[in-house]
Design a protein around this ligand. Structure first.
Ligand code: ADP
Length: 585
């Protein structure tokens, strides 16, 4: 039952109780009032009648006449009692029976009248068998020996008069109480309405309707309650916003992680998966789906099974088609939530490729060093056995010198390459005239070229300039020119061509050497790649020259390309993005 209804019921019960009590009290009060009035009336009437009766005490017939008449006129019982208590007459008793009436000397009102002049009592009349109100008065100054006049009125007579008023009074009391209940009911309803409004607002907030305002009317207590609700709502709103912000942040981090992340429940169903996972598994909406359906690969699914079944962390490397490699880590989650495990899928293809390259690189370097080291060791051993007087000694010393030179070149190239690859080479910027540069570098190599009977020519336009690092551009040209001279047949010619194509400055190194098969033209720029290893016996090299050329041209924003046909020579071309600005130089 609601508070307001309960309050109404309580008020109604209280009002009913009050009405009952009041009506009982009212009945008593009216009883007393009626009795008092009756007593007063009887006192006045007895005084009047005493004057009439006194003179007739010696005249029995006259006395009876007055007694009976007065009784009729006043509507009361009139009794005259002698000093000795014998009844002289009684209006309510037949004349013939008066003589036989009981002695009245001991009646309390009679005794009181003799003692004080007047006496009253309310008691049951043995003669009339009813409750009566008696008022008695001694007739004469010597009260103790005087006769007594007594008037009496029946209680039921009094009640009859009083009953009418009593009912009126009761009616008024009940009407007043009913009115009280009605007024209280209205007041309770008025009080209950704002309470109900606050309750409704609180319930709406509890349902999540945080826009709902608490009512701003009603008594002070309700206003206090409303403002407490408002404060609670705003702190709730703040908490919700904070939680929402944190959830958005967590979502954003989860979603943008470069790895694929999937959270699954104990039944291997996906709870959530981020963009990385969706992309790697090519599923648009994996939530709620069985994981096995999404992975479609036993090897991928097994680590999840093991992690959940045995509650252990599992890791796996998985080789996929197209040389793609995935690394999978599955971690069981602590119990207490729907999520049972989280799987992190990482594409480690590039890493694996780098690892393979690193391994190959170490193997290549070891391989490249093994030949000169073995040659030096063998020469040193022979020299140690035979001594410096051996006719072979000069040749062996020359071999040691050459192999040591080859090792130094290899180490220099490796150091250079690693510096370039790790981004430690910082270029200087100056205006370089390509033709002048070609002149300098060709001069450096002219002696070697002459030894091989190869001519070097510089062709093309004058005044072609680029912006770049003089030493590094020289290194590019030297490596290309060195290869061209090295691979040219005796009597051959090498051309350094400087020109512009589509407004872009370029330098090319052309030779009449053996050329490079099309299939290998891309690979010659890789570290240690040599087209025909047997060639390097005749023309030693490190296999790093073109790799360095490629990196250095890239650092200059330029591009190196090769055009070649086996047996018809090769042309390496470095094309720059633009010429150096006019103002410089
Ligand atoms: P190397 O030290 O062996 O010359 P490079 O990186 O400079 O190493 O060249 C890689 C390989 O490319 C050479 O071993 C050779 O097989 C091929 N190559 C380079 N330049 C030429 C060229 N001008 N003519 C023919 N083959 C060439």
């Amino acid at each position: 039952m609601r508070f307001a209804s309960r309050l109404n019921l309580l008020l109604a019960l209280l009002a009913f109780g009050l009405a009952l009590t009041l009506s009982v009290v009212a009945a008593r009060v009216t009883d007393r009032a009626v009795e008092d009035r009756a007593r007063d009336r009887l006192r006045r009437e007895i005084d009047l009648l005493a004057d009439e009766i006194g003179p007739r005490l010696g005249d029995p017939a006259g006395l009876v006449d007055v007694v009976r008449r007065a009784s009729r006129l006043l509507g009361v019982r009139v009794t005259v009692i002698r000093a000795d208590g014998r009844v002289l007459d009684d209006s309510d008793v037949a004349l013939s029976e008066v003589a036989g009436m009981e002695n009245h000397a001991g009646r309390p009102e009679v005794v009181a009248a003799r003692a004080t002049g007047y006496g009253t009592s309310v008691r049951h009349s043995a003669t009339l068998e009813t409750d009566l109100l008696y008022v008695a008065r001694a007739l004469g100054p010597d009260r103790s020996r005087a006769p007594v006049l007594r008037l009496a009125i029946s209680q039921s007579e009094l009640r009859r008069v009083e009953a009418h008023y009593e009912w009126l009074l009761r009616g008024a009391i009940f009407a007043a109480c009913a009115l009280l209940v009605a007024v209280a009911g209205v007041a309770v309803a008025r009080l209950a309405r704002p309470i109900r409004e606050v309750t409704d607002a609180a319930l709406a907030v509890a349902r999540g309707d945080l826009a709902r305002e608490a009512p701003e009317r009603g008594p002070a207590e309700i206003l206090d309650l409303s403002s407490a609700l408002s404060r609670m709502k705003s702190s709730l709103l703040e908490s919700v916003e904070r939680v929402e912000r944190e959830r958005r942040l967590a979502d954003a981090v989860f979603e943008t992680l470069p790895d694929g992340v999937v959270v699954i429940d104990a039944h291997y169903r996906v709870i959530d998966a981020n963009r990385g996972f969706r992309g790697m598994t090519a599923t648009s909406d994996p939530a709620g789906k069985p994981l096995v359906e999404i992975l479609r690969d036993r090897a991928l699914f097994a680590p999840f099974e093991e992690a959940i079944a045995r509650r252990v962390s599992t890791d796996a490397i998985l080789r996929r088609e197209n040389d793609v490699t995935w690394q999978l880590a599955v971690r069981p989650l602590p119990p207490g939530s729907r999520a049972a495990a989280v799987g992190i899928l990482r594409d480690v293809t590039a890493f694996e490729r780098n690892e393979a390259m690193r391994r190959r690189f170490v193997a290549d370097v070891s391989h490249e060093l093994r030949t000169p080291v073995a040659s030096i060791a063998a020469a040193a051993e022979t020299l140690g056995d035979t001594g410096a007087d051996d006719p072979e000694a000069p040749r062996l010393v020359e071999l040691v010198r050459r192999q040591a030179q080859r090792m130094r070149e290899l180490i220099d190239d490796l150091t250079d390459l690693s510096l370039i690859e790790s981004g430690q080479v910082v270029l200087t910027h100056e205006k370089i005239d390509l033709r002048a540069l070609a002149g300098e570098i060709s001069e450096e190599l002219r002696a070697t070229a002459r030894e091989r009977d190869v001519s070097i020519r510089i062709e093309g336009s004058d005044g072609v300039t680029v912006e770049g690092d003089r030493r590094r551009l020289g290194q590019i040209l030297r490596n290309l020119l060195d290869n061209a001279v090295k691979f040219s047949p005796a009597g051959g010619s090498v051309r350094i061509r400087i020109d512009r194509r589509d407004g872009k400055p370029a330098l090319a190194v052309e030779d009449d050497g053996p050329g490079i098969p099309l299939a290998e033209q891309d690979r010659i720029f890789q570290r240690f790649y040599q087209v025909d290893r047997s060639r390097s016996k005749v023309r030693p090299g490190t296999g790093l020259g073109l790799a360095i050329v490629k990196h250095l041209t890239q650092l200059h924003g330029a591009e190196v390309t090769v055009a070649s046909q086996p047996g018809r020579g090769s042309a390496f071309r470095v094309t720059f993005r633009r010429e150096a600005a006019e103002t410089e130089g």
